[in-house]
Each structure stands twice: as C-alpha cells, then as structure tokens.
Write a protein that binds this ligand. Structure first.
Ligand code: HSE
Length: 418
C-alpha cells in the first residue's frame, strides 16, 4: 500500500477539521483507496490548538523550510488564510515540487496566475476545492463532472453567513445584531464580518467559479458587488407578500464575446430551487449546454465540510500523481482580456413612497420602454411596489432619476429579481 504524507499549514477551524478527517478515516482510506494517508507535519504556532487535536510533538515543524524539505511530505495543505504568509508558503511548497491543496479563496482569486505558473514549472499539483462553497464539490464538478459542457450560466448562494442572516431575518427570528452574534458563534463568519456582509467573500468565490466556468480570468475588481446591509424589514415583508424570498446571489453568465459577473441580493421566486436553501447552506444552480440544469447544495463552511473538500482533493492528488494538473489544464488558453459587462439586464423590484400620483410614476416606466410585470399600490401606506420585466441597469436608473427629479416618489428600495 502506498503511503502518502500530508503537511498541514494552520490548525484553525479548517485545518483542525482536515486533521480530524484524515486521522479518523485512516483505515477507511486504506480499504477504499489503497492509500495510507498520514499527517506527517504540521505548522502551527498556537500550542493550544496542537494539544487539543493531540498532534504528536515530533510532527510539529518550526518553519516552512522544515515542512517543504521533509521527504515524507508529499502534499502540503494550506489552511492559514490571508495572502501574505500563505502565498510565501504555498510558493515554497510548489517550488519544492510538493502538491498543494488550499482552502484559500483570497489567495487563489488574487494570485492564481502566479501559483499556476509556478506549479507547472515545478511539476507540482495545485487543488482548490475547499476555496469555494466548503463541502459542496463545485470545483471538481466544473473541472471534471461537467467538463463535456459549455457552462452557459450559474446562480449560486456561496456565502453561508449572509444566507443564514437572510433566512433568519425573513422568519423574524431576531434583530440583525442578534442574528449576527449567533452566526459568529456557529463559527462560519469571517473575523472581519464586512467580508461576508458586503459581499467580498462571495466576490472572491465568484471570481474563481466564473474563471473555471468560462475559461477566463476574472479579476475581483471587475465584479459588481453589493452586500446585504441595505435590505430593510419592509423589503422582507414585501418580498414575502409577492411570493419571493431574498438571497445574496453570485451570478455568472457567458455572453457571446463577454461575461456577466455580479454579487448582489435578489428576490428569488418561492418555486426556484434556490429558494429552499436556507441557513448556512450553500447551493449552485448551473446550466450546461448538454446537461441542462444541475443543482448542487450542501454546507459551505465549517470544520468538517471544509475538511471533506480538502481531503477529497488530497485523495484526488494522491490517486492522480501522473496527471498533476492545476485548476486550468492549459492556463495559457484562458482569455485574460474578456469583456465584463457592467450594464447588465435584470428584472427589478422597486418600492416607492408616493409623493405625486401613481399613474405618473408608472407612465415614466412606459416612456423609457420598461415593461411592468406587476404593480401594487398600497394606498393607505402611500406605497407603490413595482416588478419590471427584464431591462438594463442603466435604463432602470434613468427611470428612477426622472421620478425623483419630478418629485413624484421617493425610491425606498431597488432589488434585482431572478
Ligand atoms: N464566511 C464564509 C461563509 C466562510 O460564511 O460562507 C466560508 O467561506
């Protein structure tokens, strides 16, 4: 039986979950994979974490050089997060010819080109399943399960923290602050919660997923981003009344010679497969030209779901040592200059506080060529709710500007609808 030595960089939530997954499944992998998977080295400065997991003292390395020079280490798993030390350590491992498995979305979204170049040069593998959607095997699905397809679009719930908050708020299970505290306790929120709440975390994941789906390189700066902090209680109430729920979505669409990539909250019809994905669950609704629609769903964060993704990558790497491909088999074919559409089209939900007459507000939509799918005038509240048919973002903004310029209504909310 072949022995495969693993080094773990970082024993936090993800590293700890990986350590447990490997040690508790040793016999199972011996039987099912014909591999003896062993943690040979760990790099972690917090002694409490080392003790809590019961790591043997002789396996604790004091620096990265010790890890990458260790001949018993075949695969290095990076779970330290951030981009500085992580980048340095991953590059050191790749340069030593070690295959790297990372859960670091930030590192990959920002430095994938450099990492892939170095991996190729030193004939090392580079795997990233755990960087997007935790235990949901979306990366492997895109790279192998669906590789026969041209992926035409996807809509995903890729951030567990915001999905948890939105699900709880829509059920009125506490105030925003109370729910935020709960989500920190569950342990899935980023230390800097703005990363989750303002959509940055989702943007990093979208950059990776869209790059894999559309064979391109999409820099994070080119992705439209809007978080969940401007959604009001009133929005939840209206969405419910109209038959929708509110989700933070990561959307990618392949156009003829361009792509559309955006992260923002949106109204999702109750009957859409993503509407039932609640709490900290993630999901990805993909469309391929041959397969049609595919839905993947599961836990997008947490020790063991992330451990599952990492160890699956480790096993994949261990079983495919003759094909140690990086995420892009041919990074050079990736279209680095792909046009990213900023004036995308969508359906819109608008909530107005009426100051003039409703008919005048509605006629401005018609004048600008925007078709209205549905409107509700709540006379007693002086409120007008409008759902439009698909139109361009620039057009809807010009309608709003006209309405406000003429002081016909105040725009309380604008949310996209899928
Ligand atoms: N903060 C992230 C989330 C963790 O809530 O999804 C997993 O990437």
């Amino acid at each position: 039986m072949r022995k495969v030595g693993v080094a773990l960089l970082g024993l936090g939530v993800v590293g700890g979950g990986t350590y447990k997954t490997i040690t508790e499944h040793r016999e199972f992998y011996q039987k099912t994979q014909n591999l003896d998977l062993v943690v040979e080295s760990v790099l972690e400065c917090d002694e409490e974490k080392i003790k809590a997991l019961g790591v043997e003292e002789e396996k604790v390395a004091s620096n990265i050089a010790e890890v990458v020079m260790n001949p018993d280490v075949n695969i290095v798993v990076e779970c330290i997060g951030g981009t500085e030390a992580a980048r340095e350590y991953v590059l050191a491992a790749l340069r030593a010819g070690k295959t790297v498995v990372t859960s670091n979305k930030l590192l990959y979204a920002k430095h994938s080109e450099e990492l892939e170049r170095v991996a190729k040069r030193y004939n090392a593998g580079l795997h990233l399943e755990a960087s997007c959607m935790g235990g949901v095997p979306v990366v492997r699905t895109l790279m192998s399960g669906l590789q026969a397809n041209v992926i035409t679009s996807f809509v995903g719930i890729v951030n567990g923290t915001t999905n948890y908050i939105l699900s709880e708020l829509s059920e009125q299970r506490g105030t925003f602050e109370e729910i935020l505290e709960k989500v920190h306790k569950i342990g899935i929120a980023e230390a800097d919660e703005e990363y989750d709440l303002e959509g940055y975390d989702a943007v990093y994941k979208l950059s990776i997923l869209a790059s894999l789906s559309f064979q391109t390189k999409i820099p994070v700066e080119k992705i439209y981003r809007e978080g969940i902090t401007r959604i009001t209680e009133e929005d939840f109430r209206c969405a419910k009344d109209l038959g929708y729920c509110i989700k933070l979505l990561a959307i990618g669409k392949r156009r003829e010679d361009s792509v559309e990539v955006r992260v923002h909250p949106a109204l999702v019809p109750k009957e859409h497969p993503l509407a039932g994905v609640n709490g900290s669950y993630n999901a990805m609704f993909l469309t391929g030209d041959s397969v049609g629609d595919v839905l993947l769903s599961g836990r997008g964060a947490g020790a063991l779901p992330s451990g599952s993704a990492i160890v699956s990558d480790v096993l994949f790497a261990a079983n495919h040592y003759e094909d140690i491909s990086t995420a892009f088999k041919h990074p050079e074919i990736a279209n680095k200059n792909v046009k990213v559409i900023t004036d995308f089209s969508s359906k819109y939900f608008l909530r107005f506080q009426i100051e003039g007459t409703t008919s005048k507000v509605l006629s401005l939509f018609t004048q600008k060529g925007v078709a209205i799918q549905k409107f509700i005038h709540r006379e007693s509240e002086g409120e007008l709710l409008v759902i439009t048919h698909e139109t361009k973002e620039s057009v809807i903004k010009s309608v709003i500007a006209k309405i406000e310029e003429r002081q016909l209504a105040k725009t309380e909310s604008l949310l996209r609808v899928i």
